[in-house]
Design a binder for this molecule. Sequence first.
Ligand code: GRF
Length: 210
Amino acid sequence: MLRIVVLISGRGSNMEALIRARASGDLPADIVAVISNRADAAGLATAASNGIATAVVPHRAFPDRDAFDAELARTIDAFNPGLVVLAGFMRILTPAFVSRYAGRLMNIHPSLLPAFPGLDTHERALEAGCKVHGATVHFVTAELDHGPIVAQAAVPVLHGDDADALARRVLALEHVMYPQAVAWFARNELVTENGVVRVTDPAARQLVMA
Ligand code: GRF
């Protein structure tokens, strides 16, 4: 069974979606630990109440990114995961960390990459007048919010949307797509060639909410 470590910084609703998928049998994997860079991340209590081990590696306690990432990697490796899942983990990772987990480090980003890497994606999609918006699950590479795309989900931008309304609509799809993408990984259904991911399951569909 695939062992998964989830990294969070806050609310942890995507992490919770993964826990639910595991419980309902849709995710053939064990979530062995949830690690946060913030002791006050709300998702830590959710993980603990589901019987999952938790750990905190407070980034402020380290002099630089290299030292933080080294301790983070030590903490992760103690759980011996086959996949590390970033779920709202708000730290930029060093190239050394990223290459240590190459091909087994996934992120979810709230935009249709390569549009809008970085922060404030919903505001930026509205300012750009986008008619569709969404979220992307991708393998992590050294360049922020780049890397081979595993899954995308699109939602319409509706008249009168503000960033919060748009974020809620996207988040609802994130909670469906992330467990699905992680399940593809767990079932060995992802093949990456020349930076392009193919899902080998012929029934696999990307998500569009009309
Ligand atoms: C999500 O919008 C995710 O796409 C982004 O950060 C947010 C995390 O939310 N990377 P949550 O902590 O999973 O509720």
